[in-house]
Ligand binder design. Structure first.
Ligand code: ADP
Length: 484
């Protein structure tokens, strides 16, 4: 894959692929075999400043392009992605570890976001509001905010950029992107996608390197008007504080602690399929992955038995292997975090009923795991596991499970399985989560808003509101219109 034209090992700044100023670089590792894939620039403040200035310079012309022009570029980028889906998926799996089928899916959904925002570009309507004055018009205009900075995580190294770059381009903004250091190649590939689509230079700038230095410059530089971040709540809080100094618009997609609730009246097979998809996708490393399973007493034993069977049947391996359903974790730190939470749970009374340890494949592979007898106060039920471990909690009543499910500082995704329509609506009304799956374990789609409540984030990506985050609203009062 390192021969691919989409495989780049340089920053893209103002249309030029460049090394770090001092030539420094760092290694990127394939999590499936621990081998070094290559090196990318270790950029800092100086390179970030150049990227921001390049984005600012490009903004002057880009903000004046028509919605149709921007839609056409987005459609071309969409086509480039789909025409090269297999190649882009290979790069993704090589650096991230997820099974190729999931990587292909990620490229497809990223392309779908571009198409959605290509369409939304043409619907950035202003308003003429009925005026309270006879001689004045009340006009509302919407303009691109300016330079956008995007910081993205390693779990969806391609599609997270689509959700940020897509609306930025649609709105007429230019961007500076910093991907996670574990997975820079899928982000750098976006530079090639943009070039192939003929996007003007400087509209997308991408740089890799020191998170602290790049983040510090991005948040303090007054030329950056908006910061969009996907990552942990801890880093999100730091960035919100840093961005306060120059009062930037911020949108934050942060951590989650998703409950997955199965009532006695649920379709059990459907709930098992949803549970597997929502927990073990990407080895449990997504912010919408289930973190806590709540299963009602009457169906508990049956659920655990069927769930264990399904979990034990999951095929673990190198993401490029035929039929592999679970790849490695991103690195050894992730494995250690999972082990720490598992040990804490078993030391305080939980029981491992499937998996439970490092996989015989070695490296950062971990067995698909199920633990029962979990109590809400255990660390495994409070912290983001971000690994292939299901923590199962038994409950009795609707009110009890609602209280437990909402007892979290997070509020991103939740899932609820029941055949009772009244209960489905009651739960939807009361679950304090930005994303609710009723009898569904995977619900993300470009047409719907994606975003969290509480400490899971600010703002939403996708849907018909996604573009708002990239626009300023202006009220213009047009006076002197007296009739003579
Ligand atoms: P994860 O737990 O998924 O690695 P992080 O929040 O640590 O989540 O990382 C998400 C993104 O934020 C990555 O691109 C990472 O490099 C970046 N990041 C981490 N720390 C900082 C920071 N202090 N300032 C700016 N970006 C940061």
């Amino acid at each position: 894959m390192t021969n691919s034209e989409f495989f780049k090992q340089a920053n893209l700044i103002g249309g030029t692929w460049t090394a770090a100023d001092n030539g420094a670089s760092f290694d990127v590792i394939n999590p499936a075999d621990g081998e070094v894939i290559g090196q990318v620039p270790k950029s800092g403040v100086a390179e970030t400043r150049k990227a921001i200035e390049a984005a600012e310079a490009a903004f002057g012309d880009f903000r004046r392009t028509t919605a149709n022009e921007r839609a056409a570029w987005l459609r071309k980028m969409h086509d480039v992605m789909l025409d090269n889906q297999a190649e882009l998926a290979q790069i993704l799996t090589m650096e991230q570890g997820k099974p190729l089928a999931e990587a292909n899916g990620e490229i497809a959904i990223g392309a779908a976001y571009l198409l959605w925002f290509a369409e939304e570009a043409r619907r950035i309507y202003g308003e003429i509001v009925p005026s309270p004055w006879k001689d004045k018009k009340v006009m509302v205009n919407r303009y691109p905010v300016g330079v956008v900075a995007a910081i993205t995580p390693w779990n969806f190294p391609s599609s997270m950029l689509a959700r940020k770059i897509g609306p930025a381009i649609a709105a007429g903004c230019t961007s500076v992107v910093k991907p996670a250091s574990q997975t820079p190649y899928s982000a750098l590939a976006w530079g090639v996608i943009a070039e192939k689509a003929g996007l003007p230079t400087g509209v997308i700038n991408i740089l890799t390197g020191s998170a602290g230095e790049i983040g510090g410059e991005i948040t303090s530089n007054p030329l950056v008007k908006k910061l969009t971040f996907t990552g942990s709540t801890g880093v999100g809080k730091i960035l919100i504080k840093q961005a306060a100094e120059t009062v930037k618009k911020v949108s934050m997609e942060l951590g989650g602690n998703a409950p997955f609730i199965v009532f006695d009246d649920a379709d059990i097979d459907r709930s098992i399929a949803g549970a597997i998809a929502s927990k073990y996708r990407n080895s449990g490393q997504t912010c919408v992955c289930t973190n806590r399973f709540f299963v009602q007493a009457g169906i508990y034993d049956q659920f655990v038995e069927k769930f264990n069977t399904a979990v034990n049947a999951l095929k673990v391996g190198d993401g490029t292997g035929e039929g592999v359903q679970q790849g490695p974790l991103i690195d050894m730190a992730a494995v250690e975090k999972v082990e720490e939470l598992l040990t804490d749970a078993t030391n305080t009374g939980a029981k491992v009923v499937a998996g439970g340890k490092r996989h015989s494949l070695g490296g950062s592979f971990f067995e698909p795991t199920v633990v029962t007898g979990v109590k809400p106060e255990m660390r495994i039920a409070k912290e983001e596991i971000f690994g292939p471990v299901s923590a199962v909690i038994k409950f009795d009543t609707e009110n009890q499970v609602l209280a437990m499910a909402n007892d979290s500082e997070y509020g991103l995704a939740c899932y609820c399985y029941t055949k009772d329509l009244g209960r489905a609506f009651r739960m939807t009304d009361q679950l304090e989560y930005g994303l609710v799956g009723i009898n569904e374990g995977i619900i993300t789609t470009p047409e719907a808003p994606f975003g969290g409540m509480k400490e899971s984030g600010l703002g939403s990506e996708g849907g018909n509101r996604g573009i708002d985050e990239y626009l300023n609203t202006q009220y213009a009062c047009i006076g002197g219109l007296e009739h003579t």
